[in-house]
Ligand binder design. Structure first.
Ligand SMILES: [Zn+2]
Length: 227
């Protein structure tokens, strides 16, 4: 499974951002996302995405349900933390304009080999490439989980009772595949009201992010005059 933060590019290009604040916020968000899926192993942070895995054989056919449960938990954790960043006391655009940040997921079940280098565990194999290629897809909604056909079918009779949209994709180097996406909102219902962070939480969030920004100067305004 890959959890991928969207809206990141626009976010990084907002005018008055303190260098380091967007990166600090992204790191915090990804940490919370990973923590919200304790049954999954973090394989790698890949830019603004987290690549996670879990042994499907041990799930006794509940693979799809396990993935959707994790999606719901990770999505909520993401938005709780995103709001905390937004309400921190730093006035820069990176910290105040996080509402455009979204979280999307792609997921697949398949065969992998485990490669150990030093103390790092890496997954390799065609199915690892496959799940990464799913990120390049035509889905238009901002927050969704995109399932491979193998994963979708693994649900058997207990296929999700949410609206599922079938699409066709042509994956680079792999060919045409059928995939299925569910809007996160259809899994969770509209996001329940998020708890209001306390002042000390807001202060903590500010210190965590300001600490990184202090080493940097204000990023210059991007204007047409610069071209
Ligand atoms: Zn800031």
């Amino acid at each position: 499974m890959i959890a991928d933060i969207g809206g990141y590019t626009e976010y990084m290009h907002s005018h008055r951002t303190l260098l380091g604040h967007a990166e600090a916020a992204t790191a915090r968000l990804l940490e919370k996302v990973v923590d919200a899926a304790p049954g999954f192993d973090l394989i790698e942070i890949e830019g603004d995405a987290a690549f996670l895995s879990r042994d499907a054989d041990a799930l006794n056919g509940a693979t799809l349900a396990t993935v959707t449960e994790a999606v719901v938990a990770m999505h909520r954790a993401f938005h709780v933390e995103r709001r905390l960043v937004e309400l921190n006391l730093c006035p820069c655009d990176s910290c105040t304009q996080t509402s455009g940040l979204k979280l999307k997921f792609v997921a697949h079940v398949g065969e992998v080999a485990i490669q150990k280098i030093k103390r790092r565990r890496n997954l390799i194999g065609l199915d690892v490439i496959f799940v990464h290629r799913l990120l390049k897809n035509p889905v238009q909604v901002p927050e969704y989980v995109l399932l491979s056909e193998d994963l979708y079918r693994s649900g058997g009779a207990s296929a999700p009772d949410h609206p599922v949209h079938e699409i066709s994709q042509d994956l680079e180097g792999i060919g045409p595949v059928r995939t299925y996406f569910v809007e996160v909102e259809d899994l969770t219902g509209p996001l329940a009201p998020l708890p209001d962070p306390s002042v000390s939480q807001r202060l903590g969030a500010t210190v965590g992010i300001l600490g990184r920004g202090l080493r940097h100067k204000l990023r210059p305004r991007r204007t047409a005059a610069a071209h």
